[in-house]
Design a protein around this ligand. Structure first.
Ligand SMILES: *Cc1c(COP(=O)(O)O)cnc(C)c1O
Length: 349
């Protein structure tokens, strides 16, 4: 299999680092935890969508597009990365933001990723939750075509067989890094949403016959539905790669026990995971995806699922920009109250 046969642009900072997390591993007392830093892919605070966009934007350019349209939840990391890449390539970017959480918090609605979308020059429209967002996007594309534009639409999360090639590439990269340093990887864990990341990894690992089990922690869909979405896309991706029979259904494993109240609503385990990674390793997770993925990993280590003597790689998919849309999810207690009192004192003086 030869990925260079697929059109691709090169703007991601690759390879991303693969590093041990000794303090977190010690605190949890189970498997040795390693992290694959796909939060460090380069543009606009990075994240997993950048790898997908290397292939998607190459397709957009090949079709002569002058504007890209994509969609996501209000605090979409995918939308922000698309806006950043479009800016770099000199293309316009239009975003449809779905109100999936119903939050009225101004930080959620205008700070974090939304602030960055606008900084990169993107335009945006809002939609109520629950619509068929890819269909909404096609309507907007039709409108733009009627105005003489040439839009290229990217599905939510960049999750089609083109975008998934970015994670086929990540599977190759990760296996190469592990082989170079003699690291035996017993498991890979990451947050899974629109399915492209897991599907690409499944297809890539299967094509290499890596024999490394992969676990997706769902941030939205129930297990059956998530696995079905991932399997369909992994199989279609493998077919495009010319190894259609490589992917087997049992290689697709998702766990939906860490979704909590719903997509984009942080759980106590998610907040704990964000705090542990920040305080023990200096690494920022996010409240929608990587925080829930890490919450699953931490809980499973505590329950003995990944015991001492094993090595598990956590794929950090990015998202820290969303922290600034979720300031109210954190309570720093006395430390914040002390500062607040001192700030008020100075104002009064
Ligand atoms: C989009 C996203 C994911 C999920 O990746 P999918 O390919 O949509 O499954 C995980 N983490 C972060 C930070 C994301 O933005």
């Amino acid at each position: 299999m030869h990925l260079s046969r697929f059109p691709r642009l090169h703007f991601a900072h690759l390879p991303t680092p693969l590093e041990p997390l000794p303090r977190l591993s010690k605190a949890l007392g189970g498997a040795e935890i390693w992290i694959k830093r796909d939060d460090c892919t380069g543009l606009s605070t990075g994240g997993n969508k950048t790898r997908k966009l290397e292939f998607l934007m190459a397709e957009a350019q090949a079709r002569g597009a002058d504007i890209v349209i994509t969609q996501g939840a209000t605090q979409s990391n995918h939308a922000r990365q698309t806006a950043a890449v479009a800016a770099k390539l000199g293309m316009a970017c239009h975003i449809l933001l779905e109100d999936r959480t119903g939050s009225k918090d101004p930080d959620y609605n205008f700070n974090g990723n939304v602030l960055l979308d606008f900084l990169h020059g993107a335009t945006a429209e809002k939609r109520p939750g629950g619509l068929d967002m890819n269909q909404e996007m096609e309507r907007v594309a039709d409108r733009l075509r009627a105005e003489g534009r040439n839009p290229y639409t990217i599905p939510g999360g960049g999750s089609n067989t083109t975008g998934a090639l970015g994670y086929v590439n990540c599977a190759f990269e990760l296996l190469g890094q592990a082989n170079d340093r003699g690291l035996v990887v017993d498991h890979i864990v990451h947050a899974t949403g629109s399915a492209g990341t897991q599907a690409g990894l499944v297809a890539g690992l299967a094509a290499l016959n890596a024999g490394i089990p992969l676990l997706g922690i769902s941030v939205r869909a129930p297990r059956d539905k998530q696995e079905e979405n991932v399997f369909k896309l992994a199989a279609a991706t493998a077919e495009r790669l010319g190894c259609a029979d490589a992917v087997r259904r049992e290689q697709v494993v998702a766990d939906s026990n860490y979704v909590g109240a719903g997509y984009g609503i942080p759980t106590p385990g998610c907040i704990e995971a964000i705090t542990l990674f920040a305080e023990l390793e200096g690494i920022l997770l996010d409240p929608v995806y990587s925080g829930k993925g890490a919450a699953g990993l931490i809980d499973m280590i505590r329950k003995g699922r990944f015991p001492a003597g094993e090595r598990v790689v956590f794929l950090h998919t990015g998202g820290s920009a969303a922290l600034f849309g979720y300031t109210k999810a954190f309570d720093f207690g006395e430390r914040v109250r002390a500062l607040a009192t001192q700030t008020r004192g100075r104002e009064a003086a």
